[in-house]
Structure formats: structure tokens, C-alpha cells
Design a protein around this ligand. Sequence first.
Ligand code: G1P
Ligand code: ZN
Length: 543
Amino acid sequence: MHIQNLSTQPFDGQKPGTSGLRKQVQVFQQAHYLENFVQSIFDTLEGYQGQTLVLGGDGRFYNVPAIQTILKMAAANGFGRVLVGQQGLLSTPAVSAIIRKYKAFGGIVLSASHNPGGSDGDFGIKYNIDNGGPAPEKMTDAIYAHTQTISRYKIVEAADVDLTQTGTTQIAEMKVEVIDAVDDYAELMESLFDFGRIQQMFKSGAFRMQFDAMHAITGPYAKAILEDRLHAVGMLQNCVPLEDFGGGHPDPNLTYAKDLVDVMYGSHAPQLGAASDGDGDRNMILGSHFFVTPSDSLAVLAANAHLVPGYKQGLAGIARSMPTSGAADRVAEALGIDCYETPTGWKFFGNLLDAGKVTLCGEESFGTGSHHVREKDGLWAVLFWLNILAVRQQSVAQILREHWARFGRNFYSRYDYEGVPADAANVLMDTLRGQFDALPGRRFGDHEIEFSDDFSYTDSIDGSLSEKQGIRIGFVGGSRVVFRLSGTGTAGATLRVYLESFEADASKHDQDAQVALADLIKIADDLAGIQRHTGRDKPTVIT
Ligand code: G1P
Ligand code: ZN
């Protein structure tokens, strides 16, 4: 077979963001656009000749054509073997699990996560390293630098691989193994959780759940694990992955997972509601008429980990992203273990997990995970909850109320202002930065500002420094507002405002979070001039 060495020219803006390179589909469809980025990944790697690459995506529009191209490029560049998911499907956590299980050199995930799909939607590509986790910033910077000077890429002229059946074929010297998308992942889940006990709970008929795959990648995983293995029969919805996710935003939150929210707040609501996102790494947990914030979910998993077989030996430590609430910190304190605060993005957890310093990690953005892989993991979180519910035999609401009574409650909410002009968003952030010296001591009603800063983080393992990771305004008594610009959007800017206040008094725990946070919400707008800068009088999404 013939290896072509084609000439090309750099594209502007192939800079990976919080989680890989994400652009509108039309951008990726430009001739050589995908190829330039893939060649830049390969050229940044060392020592992959003859090695194994894992490849799969969330099934969105352009998934299969991209996979066919990448297979031919991997062969031309000298990979020895590619493990590719059947139909081109693999969830992000499954890629991570497969890289680790088969000791692959790395993996490529095709996904724009929770961004909408379809021919007018978004597409994305990210590279994961041999620990199964996202490429660190040093590597994504090097890939980006390469995209700016690239002049050639290599590809084999070959027929497309049949992805519909599992089995082994060959492109030039490279082996292509089309693997079942679910098997390896399901086996890993079975090693962590008490499947027998969860199955018993479903079989008893007294327990029901509703899982919403949002027409995205977790459909086949949920069917194989929840329905076939655990007997959650008739409790799954939207389980067929669609190229456009049925026209929805595959983002499990109270706004976009509306079908599920309607069921969970309706009459006859089941005991547990859960949803996952486009590529299967996010999760939302609901009880009957009850929403569990992702920050609380992390804290509850940590406090109950001893009930779950895979974690009963104890936790080494916990890590959470900076904007995530401090709920997990107090659990860590009670357990006598360390809690680390990292910048937003899963890649910052990798070193801590590899060094054995933490077992559980979480982000407020519906992401939770553990040392079993190096990505956040949506279905894993659902199974963790199921295991806890099977042991404790209480409702989700009861578990949360007891948790708050013991540890106190962090009221929490995130306001997103999507599609704001980038200039206006940058001016807002810079104006806030300009006030840092004057803010401490300033009072807003009962609230007095204690500190304001730009979060920066030094990785304790490799010493790397990440600056400007979000503006923090802290108040006396522990309330907090954080301002950050998203690093995953594809159009304009998204301003995220994170609000948090702590309440130790159990008689006040039943308040609605929006009510409890009302003062802070007003202060956030006064401080940052959100309406003045963006013209928006309300956020697009509240979580
Ligand atoms: C968002 C979330 C972040 C998460 C990332 C990838 O990034 O806020 O926690 O790790 O998606 O799922 P952002 O758009 O805020 O940069
Ligand atoms: Zn995702």
C-alpha cells in the first residue's frame, strides 16, 4: 500500500482548550484541517513506532469519517496496532480504561463532550497519554506550536475499514482491531461495585431508577450494564446514540436534561434519576424531587466510599477543582486525608492520581471520577450511587440531609452567560482584576470581602505553574464568588460565575439554593458589572 506524504499549510487557531480541540463541524470539514492536527499530535509524540493506539468517539456527526482518516494516518506514521470501538464508538472513560488495560501508547477521542452535534454542531478531538488521561498542557502546547508550522502529513491510500463488526484487519503494516465498545469497561465496573447487591435491589421491585443517555454515547453502556447485568429493566431513556443527539444539548443538567427532570419531579418519580453527557464522562444525580449538586455528590461519595467494595480500603486523598464547593474538604478533614484544589479541567488531576495522592476527584461541572481511570466517569458515578443506595436503603434526600447535618451544607450554584462577545468578557475580567487592591474590607450589606485574587496553581509533582485560572472573591465567613471564562466554547465567550455559601445550622438546610444565595448573586453583578459589560440581565443556564 502506498504512503502519501501530502503538502499542507497551517490553520490558525488549532489550540486545544480545557479539553482538546473543539470547533464547529464546518471548520473540521475543511480540507486538511483534521489531518494537520492529527499529524501534529503524532509529530509531538516520541517512541510510538509499532505501538498501540486506542481510537473512538461519541458518535456525533463526522465521527466515522474522522476515524477512517485517522486510521490511515496512524498506519502511515508507523503505529503497530489500533484498537477502535465498534461503529467508531467509545466513551471517554472507556478509552481511558482501554488504554490502561492494554498498556497502549495513547488514545484519540473524537468528541466535543456536551456541546451540541450534527452538521451545524461542534466536533472535537483530544489526545490521551499512556496513563489514560488527557495530554498535559506541556504536550498540548507543543501540539499547537506544531500546527503553526506544519507543511506535510502522512496518510496511506487504502479502503475504509469495516467498523460494523468486531474483528481484526490490516492497513499496510498496521493491525486494526475493531473491539466491542462496552466489554472492557463493564468488566472494570464489575470489579469496583457490588453488582450482586445492586441487582438484588432492582429485582426486589421496590427500587426504580430512570437513566437518560441523552441520545449520546452512554446508551449502549447503560443498556449493557444497567439493563442486562443489573436488571434495571425499562428504566432507560434516549439510549440510541444519534449523530445530532436528537437535536439536544447532550449536557446533563437541570436545563438540558429536561425529559429526565420532568420524570424526577413528577408524580410516581423513581428513587434515583441520572444522566450522562455526549462522551459519557459527566453525570447528574437526582433523587425523587431532589437535585444533588455535583459538589455535594463528590462529598457524599467520599463519605460513603467505605461501603463500596472497590474503595473499602480507604481513600488516599480527594481532589476538587477550585470552583467546586468546599463540601468535600470537610469530609477529607473528617477522614484525616488531604484535599487538593486544582484548576478547572480533568488534566490537573492526572499527576495526583498517578502519584497515589488522591483516590476520588470531582468538579462542579457534573464530573466525578477516581483512580480507576484518568478521566471523569459518568456511569461510574451512577453505579457508585446505586451501590450506596443498595447498602444504606435510604432515599437520596435522606442521605443528603444526614450528610449536611453532619458536615454542614455548602449552598452552591453556577451562572453561565453563554455567547457573550469575547471583548466584553475580557474587559469584565480585566476590570475586576484592576480592583483587587481596593476590594478587601469592602462591605455589601452583611458581607465583607476578605480577599480577592487570580487563582494560580503549582503542580506538586512536576512543578508546572498554571496562572489566571479564575478570579476569586472571598467573604468573611467563607462565602465565595468565582469568575471564570470557559475554555471549551466554540463561539464568543462564556462567562461562568460560581456562587457558594456555607451553612452549619441544620435548621436552615432545607432552603432553596437560589434563595440562600440571593445576596451573593446580587453582589456578583454589582462587583463585576455583568449587565453593564455583557448587556445580559440574566444567565443562559443556571446549574
Ligand atoms: C468545562 C467545565 C470543566 C470541565 C470541562 C470539560 O470547562 O467547566 O469543569 O472539565 O468543561 O468537561 P470550561 O468550559 O469551564 O472551560
Ligand atoms: Zn464530556
